[in-house]
Write a protein that binds this ligand. Structure first.
Ligand code: NAD
Ligand code: IPM
Ligand code: MN
Length: 369
């Protein structure tokens, strides 16, 4: 039976990088796999079409699909639209309504790019860390969340950080499970020195570890110090587990360590269904819609292509296909094929988004032989 894949390309460079993923999906369809691809709108383009950043009809499709792949949303065109229907709200609704609480953001340094990191080669060479970000709780969704008019010419902006025990338990378990098939080390980051949610986070992660995962090594860091350690000596980490907001910031930091934001994929997973074992899942690059380069054929499609590799691994039980796709990306980078973001200070000739996609598909052929 075909795998149902919903593609939501979104705004800015989203459609440009998604076009390259379609070539890759086409390659797998021609080589023994069966993906039934459907496409729909999300973000600013959805707002322009029907006044909502994601429509109920699109949400229905996303709920039914085996996996959703998203490009990017947002852009200056929609800066002034009301908060509830902003492009970003579409993405947040997808995450919340699909209950995708576990956001996996791997930061892996490809050898060919070690010199383009903002850190010295020896600090990032061989880097392979995984940030597990809680995605449906915390200050992103806590209530109250509003701007109050105080009536005296002043306003008060309120965001609320809220975490319940079960939310911390389930994200901790995901981090420990993933660590078990990696280097068996988890570092939990919060700010228990100032935040009550940090105190509970620390307690619950410690308890889950004690009850079920004593074979994994657990350490704790205050999130600000964690950010410092990430740029001082990133290789000390294996899996980092943290809340929604800290995870957002720390994963952008980790992204730059690997050379470019244009390289980093992510997977957002729900709980396994009790009957089918199937997890709802959405895959997306860590980067945004890059309005500064949109429409110019300059975007690096690798983050989106590697997001599809994560879909192969986590939604379609196709680990070998995922390995093959990741190897194809490595081959192309080792051959010196570079989009502009991967050139580094030394400069050189950049290829277009589309040429990068073609090179990866050609490398898939090579690796298939
Ligand atoms: P951004 O990630 O879009 O861009 C940051 C910088 O990285 C830019 O200079 C951009 O050109 C570069 N860049 C990003 N992806 C690239 C790629 N694939 N290839 C080459 N260069 C790349 O972040 P931003 O500028 O802060 O945000 C722009 C818009 O995107 C905002 O509306 C923001 O809300 C939105 N956003 C969306 C997502 C998402 O859809 N998941 C994620 C982050 C930001
Ligand atoms: C990300 C983005 C989103 C977030 C925005 C666009 C809502 O920055 O996926 O990292 O803050 O989670
Ligand atoms: Mn972010």
């Amino acid at each position: 039976m075909a795998h149902d894949l919903l593609l939501l390309a979104g705004d800015g460079i989203g459609p440009e990088v998604m076009a390259e993923v379609k070539k890759v999906v086409g390659w797998f369809n021609a080589n023994g796999m069966a993906f039934a691809v459907e496409e729909d709108l999300v973000g600013g383009c959805a707002y322009d079409a029907h006044g909502q950043a994601v429509s109920d009809a699109t949400m229905d499709k996303a709920l039914k699909a085996d996996a959703v792949l998203l490009g990017a949303v947002g852009g200056p065109k929609w800066d002034k639209v009301p908060y509830e229907v902003r492009p970003e709200a579409g993405l947040l609704r997808l995450r919340k309504d699909l209950e995708l609480f576990a956001n996996l953001r791997p930061a892996k340094c490809f050898d060919a790019l070690a010199d383009f990191s903002s850190l010295k080669r020896e600090l990032v060479e061989g880097l392979d860390i995984l940030i597990v970000r809680e995605l449906t709780g915390g200050v992103y969704f806590g209530e109250p969340k509003e701007i109050r008019d105080l009536g005296n010419g002043q306003k008060r902006a309120i965001d609320t950080q809220v975490y319940d025990t079960y939310e911390i338990e389930r994200i901790a378990a995901v981090a420990f499970d993933l660590a078990r098939v990696r280097d068996k080390r988890v570092c939990s980051m919060e700010k228990r020195n100032v935040m009550r949610s940090g105190v509970l986070w620390n307690e619950v992660v410690t308890q889950v570890h004690k009850d079920r995962y004593s074979d994994v090594q657990l350490s704790h860091m205050l999130a600000d110090a964690g950010g410092m350690q990430l740029v001082r000596a990133p290789k000390q980490f294996d899996v980092i587990v943290t809340d929604n907001l800290f995870g957002d910031m720390l994963s952008d930091v980790a992204a730059m360590l690997t050379g470019s934001l244009g390289m980093l994929p992510s997977a957002s997973l729900g709980a396994p269904d009790a009957v089918t074992g199937r997890r709802r899942a959405l895959y997306e690059p860590v980067h945004g819609s890059a309005p500064d380069i949109a429409g110019q054929g300059k975007a690096n499609p690798i983050a989106c292509i590697l997001s599809f590799a994560m879909a192969l691994r986590y939604s379609f039980d196709a680990g070998e296909a995922a390995d093959r796709l990741e190897r194809a990306v490595e081959t192309v980078l080792a051959d010196g094929v570079r989009t502009g973001d991967l050139l580094g200070p030394a400069g050189g000739a950049a290829v277009s988004t589309s040429a990068m996609g073609d090179a990866i598909v050609a490398a898939l052929d090579g690796n298939a032989r």
